[in-house]
Design a protein around this ligand. Structure first.
Ligand code: IMP
Ligand code: MG
Length: 181
């Protein structure tokens, strides 16, 4: 497992510090907004499970969660094959503040598709928060209010991110050795 990692890009320590900061940013923005209401978190499975668990504990608001599954990298593919959404959004998003949470912004099609779907439910606001964003045009041009780290265009695993559904449990984020792919 750990031996398959080529290079650690972001340590667990750095991740944890940055999530503290993201929490402060979101609290600042949503405190006013949510005085009269709750926040609905929409984590995108499976990659965001660890991130959302840490992030939500930085948010003291009244919160509901409705997970949604999206897959664009079936099996061992490392290029997006188009987004498949599965599961249903939480009912009753009307007039609610919705925060989409994902692990990484790459082609942007996942966040765009979910934003579009949520917008049809007449929420009061929709925002997105990702831990990582690749510094490529498709990602940089996708509307996203909160970004943990901008990273180079490399395939990364750990802290929820997978390759072929493995490596999600690594506490740091890193790249894989060629032999492991
Ligand atoms: P997008 O729709 O292309 O922005 O893809 C986002 C989804 O693809 C993320 O939720 C991840 O699950 C997956 N993904 C994109 N890049 C990586 C990566 O470098 N490692 C692992 N998963 C990735
Ligand atoms: Mg994902």
């Amino acid at each position: 497992m750990q031996g398959d990692i080529e290079k650690i890009l972001i340590t667990r320590q750095k991740i944890s510090e940055r999530i503290g900061e993201l929490g402060r940013e979101i609290r600042r923005d949503l405190d006013d907004l949510s005085r009269d209401g709750e926040i609905v978190l929409v984590p995108i499975l499976t990659g965001s499970i660890i991130f959302v668990a840490d992030l939500m504990r930085e948010l003291p608001h009244k919160i509901r969660i409705g997970v949604i599954a999206a897959s664009s990298y079936p099996g061992k593919s490392m290029q997006s094959k188009g987004v498949q959404l599965a599961g249903s959004l939480p009912a009753d998003l009307a007039d609610k503040h919705v925060l989409i949470v994902d692990d990484i912004l790459d082609s942007g099609s996942t966040i765009r598709a979910i934003r579009k779907e949520i917008a049809t439910r007449h929420p009061r606001s929709v925002r997105a928060c990702v831990l990582l964003r690749k510094t490529i045009p498709s990602a940089m041009q996708t509307p996203c209010e909160y970004v943990g780290f901008d990273i180079p265009d490399e395939f990364v695993v750990g802290y929820g991110l997978d390759y072929d559904n493995y490596y999600r449990n690594l506490p740091d984020i890193g790249t894989l050795k060629k032999e492991a792919m």
